[in-house]
Ligand binder design. Structure first.
Ligand SMILES: Nc1nc2c(c(=O)[nH]1)N[C@H]1C(S)=C(S)[C@@H](COP(=O)(O)OP(=O)(O)OC[C@H]3O[C@@H](n4cnc5c(=O)[nH]c(N)nc54)[C@H](O)[C@@H]3O)O[C@H]1N2
Ligand SMILES: Nc1nc2c(c(=O)[nH]1)N[C@H]1C(S)=C(S)[C@@H](COP(=O)(O)OP(=O)(O)OC[C@H]3O[C@@H](n4cnc5c(=O)[nH]c(N)nc54)[C@H](O)[C@@H]3O)O[C@H]1N2
Ligand code: SF4
Ligand SMILES: [Mo]
Length: 700
């Protein structure tokens, strides 16, 4: 901390505007934040800050921010509330949760989190475990679990890019880190590698900033990633470009996998993926001959039912080229010596959890520990596998972010009791019985990147006080924990939770905050000592046991999310908006100026076929019979058969009375949760068939 005459500056880390990660210097005047800039000494961001980081000021000071606990006094969604005290709110919640536990069992109360934002995610899991409920509902089915858990099954860890060392090639596969700073660890470090001359390959159906800087851009058919990965694999094996020593010693099932892949000709792969064979060959040669090479994969490969196949095909590429756990490759970073997650969340208190979780009854992949929203909704609506009556939600807006928004609406309406903790009265919060006003970034001490698997933890020390009655989620959960679980597991002051995480480091939170971050030790080739943490000790490419979770022993290149026909002749996909986090912050005017409304990107050739002009309002419709309206942006950055719509939209300016118009432009109105994949419970979100039409016909 540095004090000067009129202002004070505090070093912290950005959070809650994405996965966080940028080191920030926050300037304060008379207790108010007056400026934020990037901290050049920060390990992951080195001075970078984006408009969302800067917009945090408006987020904290917004006049419509939730400021008091509220109780619903009319029917759900009617927006009539009574302000209540914290004491009353906690009493209502604890009475109701305990009553439902008594009547239906603890598992009928679920605890739900959106994108993990900070330590409260793990405190919520701890609360659920201590309460005795195995059901933590979360978005992991479309966000990281497919990568992490497939990784655990194939090679015993979740392989992420080692950005601390130079790679000779980086492949960006379905990830757009310049807009998303995916995992809060990659944007700036990636740019530095590019500046030093590391070549790039981009796999994305759109032209992006990064594809323009790439040596090769594979502009594939959305949803055809498995086929493309297998095509690259085929060439590498056919041309004997793989790492023979590694394969011999460390890969189980190489022959069977390779034989299987040979059954797809390159011509077939090319026709499935729309990628010319020559480009597949060129990419295969480049990837196999550049060592170390790293694949930075993103959300796009996870948001379809075929995600398990896609992820394992990509891990197969990493494995046969010997890029696993080497500097500059796809590695298993080591955490600094902090309290292990399992211990912090009190996993041992609920040994029956793997069998009892809602999704276990639907036959999902082992090790998936959060309930996929598709199966949660079946529990609420159909009582399958058992009844769910109440939910505690924090940091999430599922009406917009879960596939199949109208099914979510029906679910929220069917609950006996819903608690929502947020900073704004969102469309989801309108359906709550109790709304809790959360304190947010800069307003409390927090630890970032715990559990993110990148080998860092970041200090996010408090900068300002929250509004009087806004509480950090951690504090809310700590107080609720004392009322509904064993009080001895909780603290007088919730900040002790931070000390508990840090205990093995020997540092207090204050000392940690002064250092700013802790990094794990650099250690590679760990498998050489103990083997890979799989049953065979090797990377396992063939999975006969996968039939238990609805998958085949080997990945299927022909399994696409959807098909085209004359009625639905285009493929719909999405990319995240650089200026927002999912459905969050449409109410921040500084961001709204940068991204004013939902745009749907259409190739000019396609647009002219449907009589659509730039700036027109366009109807987008899918086979589930739902339609939304977005504004046409004509651009040749998308393929003529692809439409890229904006995701996450609702309209705070339409006011709560009109439910913020949450159905008008919301991408997830178009997705369906009726047939989720068995493995992860994921619904098809990218590469779904659609049609478009102008809202108003133009005169001739
Ligand atoms: N179609 C489609 N659907 C998707 C995706 C997609 O790409 N396409 N992406 C998926 C992915 S990757 C994810 S992670 C999910 C995200 O799903 P969600 O996490 O539900 O997304 P958000 O819209 O960011 O909701 C976060 C909420 O937290 C609130 N909030 C912000 N700070 C705080 C805080 O400190 N405390 C509390 N209590 N609340 C706070 C915000 O106001 C906001 O309402 O969506 C998934 N859904
Ligand atoms: N600004 C901003 N930053 C964010 C977020 C946000 O909402 N906004 N969310 C945060 C979260 S929770 C996450 S998980 C990360 C996600 O970060 P990313 O993984 O970067 O997520 P997306 O932007 O959803 O998708 C990445 C790219 O996939 C492309 N794509 C679309 N369909 C396909 C396909 O079928 N195949 C392939 N190969 N590519 C396809 C899109 O064009 C896009 O460029 O970002 C985090 N950071
Ligand atoms: S990129 Fe993410 S972590 Fe960095 S300033 Fe922007 S919102 Fe914050
Ligand atoms: Mo995510």
């Amino acid at each position: 901390m540095r004090e000067e005459q009129n202002f004070e500056e505090i070093r912290t880390h950005c959070s809650r505007m994405d996965h966080g990660g940028c080191g920030l210097i926050v300037r304060l005047k008379k207790g108010e934040i007056v400026g934020i800039r990037g901290n050049p000494e920060a390990p992951l961001s080195r001075g970078y800050i984006c408009p969302k980081g800067i917009a945090s000021i408006e987020k904290l000071q917004h006049p419509k921010r939730l400021r008091f606990p509220m109780r619903r006094i009319d029917k759900r969604g009617a927006n009539r509330w009574k302000q209540i005290s914290w004491e009353e709110a906690l009493k209502i919640i604890s009475d109701k949760f305990l009553e439902i536990k008594d009547r239906y069992g603890a598992r009928s109360v679920c605890f739900c989190q959106g994108m993990p934002k900070g330590l409260e995610h793990f405190v919520l899991i701890r609360l659920a475990n201590l309460f005795g409920s195995p059901n933590v509902v979360a978005v992991q089915d479309v966000c990281h679990a497919p990568r992490e858990i497939t990784g655990l099954h194939l090679c015993g860890f979740y392989p992420v890019v080692d950005f601390r060392h130079k790679s000779r090639l980086i492949v960006l596969w379905g990830s757009n880190p310049m807009a998303t700073n995916e995992e809060g660890a990659t944007g700036k470090l990636l740019l530095e590698q590019l500046r030093e001359g590391t070549p790039l390959v981009t796999v994305d159906p759109r032209k992006t900033d990064m594809s323009k800087r790439s040596k090769i851009h594979l502009q594939l058919r959305p949803g055809s990633d498995t086929a493309l990965a297998l095509g690259i694999y085929r060439v590498i094996v056919e041309e004997k470009l793989y790492d023979e020593d590694f394969v011999k010693q460390w890969v189980k099932g190489f022959e069977a996998f390779s034989d299987h892949v040979k059954s797809y000709s390159l011509e077939e792969i090319s026709s499935i993926t729309w990628v010319p064979s020559e480009q597949i060959i060129e990419t295969a040669r480049l990837y196999a001959t550049s060592k170390p090479a790293a694949i930075h994969w993103g959300n796009a490969i996870e948001q379809n039912r075929n995600n398990f196949d896609t992820v394992r095909s990509l891990i197969a590429l990493m494995a046969i080229c010997g890029n696993l756990d080497i500097p500059g490759g796809n590695i298993q970073p080591l955490d600094p010596p902090i309290t292990p997650l399992g211990k912090f969340v009190r996993a041992s208190k609920i040994p029956e959890k793997p069998k009892e979780m809602i999704h276990a009854h639907f036959g999902t992949i082992p090790k998936l520990m959060t309930v996929p929203p598709a199966f949660f909704r079946r529990a609420v609506l159909e009582g399958k596998p058992y009844e769910v009556r109440a939910v505690y939600m924090q940091c999430t807006n599922p009406l917009i972010t879960w596939a199949d928004s109208e099914l979510t609406e029906k679910t929220l309406k069917s609950l006996d009791f819903l608690v929502v903790s947020d900073v704004f009265l969102t469309p989801t919060a309108l359906y709550a019985d109790i709304v809790l006003p959360a304190a947010t970034q800069f307003e409390f001490n927090d630890i970032g990147h715990y559990g993110l698997g990148h080998g860092y933890i970041l200090a996010r020390p408090k900068v300002v006080d929250p509004p009087l009655e806004c509480w950090p989620d951690m504090k809310i959960l700590n107080e609720l924990g004392k009322l509904i679980t064993d009080p001895s597991e909780w603290y007088d002051n919730y900040e002790e939770l931070l000390e508990e995480v840090l205990k093995p480091t020997g540092l207090t939170y204050r000392e940690f905050a002064e250092r700013g971050y802790l990094a794990g030790e650099d250690k590679f080739l760990k498998y050489r000592n103990d083997g890979f943490k799989t049953p065979s000790g090797k990377v396992e490419l063939v999975m006969p046991q996968a039939s238990k979770w609805g998958a085949k022993p080997l990945p299927d290149a022909r399994d696409l999310p959807d098909t085209l026909d004359a009625s639905f002749p285009l493929l719909l996909t999405s990319a995240k908006d650089k200026f927002y986090l999912h459905s969050s912050y449409r109410w921040i005017s500084g961001l709204r100026k940068l991204s004013d409304r939902p745009y749907v990107k259409i190739n000019p050739e396609t647009a002219s076929r449907y009589g659509i002009q730039d700036g027109d309002e366009v109807i987008v419709e899918t086979r589930n019979g739902k339609r939304i309206i977005q504004t046409a942006e004509l651009t040749d950055s998308v393929h003529p058969l692809v439409v890229v719509a904006s995701y996450g939209w609702w309209f705070p300016e339409l006011e709560a009375e009109r439910e913020y118009g949450w159905k008008i432009a919301n991408y997830n109105m178009l997705t369906s949760a009726l047939e989720p994949g068995q493995t992860f419970g994921t619904c098809n979100m990218r590469g779904i068939a659609c049609r478009i039409a102008p809202l108003k016909k133009h005169g001739v």
